[in-house]
Design a protein around this ligand. Structure first.
Ligand code: ARG
Length: 396
């Protein structure tokens, strides 16, 4: 019998995919990868078996997701189009690693996913499968057998797959790094996001009015403690997410350019991701040398495009990460974050490796900066423009 290993989320589409694959003659091994989503995994496993899977397993990769993926995203200040911390783009290659591992274990002929043909996730799955398991067939029943939402609902009903409570009018993806929502009422970009689209961030009326501060410490660009208490990254992210979320911080409402050419309206809830990138940037401001600080954002943008576009397993991503790692040797220190309703700001930063030199920066008496140096410097700095403007004047 042919075997297929399915990246199984437990939702409508992947549950229907299980039955569909079985109808095609596959023994289906469903793999639910725990990347930190709030999920009732016992229910998911049950649903997978009801749908017809030969095996359903849950693999907890939260630590690996944080260690191998999110630390890199933080060091690279990873934001697609300057706004989106790539919640889904970071998780897909991590999920693919697990699916391929199981595929090897059970001797599978094929791997499968439940994505539609309009999104980025199909690209990320298939490009990653192509790198890690080029010998395996990739099956995408929802896309390739053309099963739109209404048909999936009808099939679930017909096949007796219990999906009550998992179907919403939004399309949701979630993990440790944040939550995404699209579709439904969000498809009209003029319509303000309804409060029911949010889950991790408090509504304006429910936010505390008294600000809260927290100190995040970094070592070589990686957050390691909160208010002085050393905390493993997943727990640190969860704590910051809860704090930021309670202030309603971390909502992103954007029109984004998908890899497949579509502009789409997306809603993200990413309190910890944005707070950590804000803090990390503040520490870089004080510890990175000027030219390095000016050069790195270009690399960051390319890195984000690669990750968003499904190119995690690429030599360019590896090379860019080697560069990013080299920039982080001095990014050690502390940042004081202040949360207020809807906002997170940097209230302070300090580092033994800070390049901020008070004796140079001060306007007070203990000034080590020789102001006489400024005159000659400015004369030479402005010389090309002076020559140019004189010439302009002469030529009229
Ligand atoms: N637009 C985002 C991205 O491409 C979110 C995708 C969410 N995925 C989903 N299956 N709902 O990364």
């Amino acid at each position: 019998m042919k075997r297929a290993v399915l990246a199984y989320s437990g939702g409508l589409d992947t549950s229907v995919a299980i039955h569909w694959l079985r109808d095609q003659g596959y023994e289906v091994h469903a793999v639910a990868v725990d990347v930190g989503q709030k999920e009732d995994f016992a229910r998911i496993v049950e649903r997978g078996f009801v749908a017809g899977a030969a095996d359903v397993r849950v693999v907890d990769v939260v630590d690996r997701f944080a260690g191998d993926y999110l630390t890199r995203a933080i060091k690279a200040n990873g934001l697609y189009e300057g706004k989106y911390p790539m919640v889904s783009g970071l998780a897909r290659p991590c999920i693919v690693e697990e699916v391929v591992r199981v595929a090897r274990e059970v001797g599978a002929d094929a791997v499968a996913h439940g994505c539609t043909g309009k999104g980025n996730d199909q690209v990320r799955f298939e490009v990653s499968f192509g790198v890690l398991a080029p010998d395996l067939r990739v099956l995408a029943p929802i896309r390739d057998d053309d099963i739109p939402r209404e048909k999936a609902l009808a099939l679930a009903e017909e096949w007796g797959i219990p999906v009550a409570g998992v179907v919403s009018h939004y399309s949701i993806d979630e993990n440790l790094w944040g939550r995404t929502a699209e579709c439904g009422p969000l498809e009209d970009p003029w319509v303000a996001p309804p409060e029911d689209a949010f889950d991790r961030t408090a509504a304006p009326a429910d936010r505390p009015s008294v600000p809260a501060e927290v100190v995040v410490a970094f070592e070589r660009g990686v957050p390691v403690s909160l208010d002085g208490a050393r905390t493993p990254l997943p727990a640190l992210i969860r704590a910051l997410d809860a704090l930021g979320g309670s202030y309603g911080f971390g909502r992103v409402d954007m029109i984004e350019n998908r890899r497949v050419g579509i502009k789409s309206r997306e809603l993200y809830e990413v309190p910890a991701a944005l707070a950590l990138i804000t803090a990390h940037r503040a520490l870089e401001d004080t510890t990175l040398e000027r030219d390095l600080a000016h050069f790195k954002p270009g690399i960051e943008q390319r890195w984000a495009d690669l990750v968003y576009d499904g190119q995690w397993f690429s030599p360019l991503r590896l090379a860019l990460d080697a560069f990013v790692d080299a920039t982080q040797v001095d990014v050690t220190g502390e940042v004081r974050l202040r949360f207020e309703p809807g906002a997170c700001t940097v209230a302070g930063r300090r580092s033994e490796r800070s390049l901020y030199d008070l004796s140079l920066a001060t306007y007070g008496g203990d000034d080590a900066f020789d102001q006489a140096d400024a005159q000659g410097f400015i004369r030479l700095w402005g010389l090309p423009l002076k020559v140019w403007s004189e010439k302009q004047g002469r030529l009229g």
